[in-house]
Design a protein around this ligand. Structure first.
Ligand SMILES: [Zn+2]
Length: 313
């Protein structure tokens, strides 16, 4: 059977008005039918829909002299009712729920973390201990140091994402995915979750951070201007979102990053970022645990005696 052959109306969501229910060919709209009735879409334009009512079922039964044939039709109607969702205008979409293995079990998706393979984790652009790089210098104010590093990470992660952004579209990334089947969803001002694609999510993240880091009241640059009390919590929020972007690049755009010969930059940026957020407890460990395996490999400083070969310029 062709998918576009039939339209089934169920009036579960809305009861038909008496005029709609009783006027098969009248008005500008097609009649609402009861559950289990079939409307032949080829007749829709002629406004003479074929309705599979109980009376017609009996006629079919008599004509074909077969109760079995009618039962098959009943089963078909039941099946279609379960597998489709119907709109009020008579069109339908296939119900995605229940799409799985015939026994009802969900197909197990194998997660392969290519970025953990040694041939990839050894690729860096610098080979020194990143901890020294993130430690607070004695003569610098903590907030000043956090502001400076956060702004730098925002620019670098934005730049890293821009290298693969043409591959991150609504079609390739309908969700903001990351390792361990993680899907991040955006929350609006009222903390209501918004379903969005990965490029939309990254756009929300980058726009919001851009707004914060350029706000003179939050990231002051003028001499004598104080940081607000909420500064640390805002920095934490920024770091959490930046981590999501990095996690998505590793999960969904790793191959493209390797193909562009930018893995050294990604690994170094990621390790630098993780060492920084750990040094100042800026992200809750449970929020970054999905990437702990990679963090351990990339953030462990090389033993002093080992010759750490830098593979990228
Ligand atoms: Zn993507």
């Amino acid at each position: 059977m062709k998918r576009n052959r039939f339209t089934i109306h169920t009036n579960v969501s809305s009861k038909p008005s008496p005029t709609e229910a009783g006027m098969p060919g009248g008005g500008g709209r097609l009649p609402m039918l009861s559950k289990g009735e079939i409307l032949d879409s080829s007749l829709q334009s002629a406004r003479r829909p074929f309705v599979f009512t109980l009376q017609k079922r009996e006629k079919v039964k008599k004509r074909n002299n077969s109760e079995r044939f009618c039962r098959s039709l009943d089963i078909l109607i039941k099946f279609l009712s379960r597998r489709m969702r119907f709109k009020r205008n008579g069109s339908y979409t296939l119900n995605r729920k229940g799409k799985g293995k015939p026994n009802g079990k969900k197909a197990v998706v194998e997660e392969k973390k290519h970025y953990l393979e040694p041939e990839y984790t050894k690729v860096r652009v610098v080979d020194f201990d990143l901890k020294e790089l993130v430690m607070l210098p004695s003569e610098i104010d903590l907030n000043e140091w956090l502001a400076c590093n956060t702004t730098t990470f925002f620019n670098l992660i934005n730049l890293q994402y821009s290298t693969i952004s043409e591959f991150c579209t609504g079609e390739t990334c309908p969700n903001m995915t990351a390792a361990c089947s993680q899907i991040f969803s955006w929350e609006d001002e009222k903390r209501k979750k918004i379903k969005c694609t990965a490029p939309q999510y990254v756009d929300f993240v980058m726009s919001q951070i851009q707004k914060l880091v350029t706000d003179e009241e939050i990231f002051p640059t003028k001499y004598g201007k104080e940081f607000p009390n909420s500064f640390e919590s805002l920095v934490k929020k920024i770091c959490k979102f930046l981590f999501h972007v990095l996690a998505h690049i590793y999960w969904a755009h790793f191959k493209e990053t390797v193909a562009l010969d930018l893995l050294g930059h990604l690994n170094t940026l990621y390790a630098h970022f993780i060492v920084f957020v750990r040094e100042f407890n800026l992200v809750d460990p449970k929020d970054t645990c999905i990437m702990d395996d990679l963090s351990e490999v990339l953030c462990t400083p090389p033993p002093p005696s080992a010759h750490n070969h830098v593979t990228e310029r």
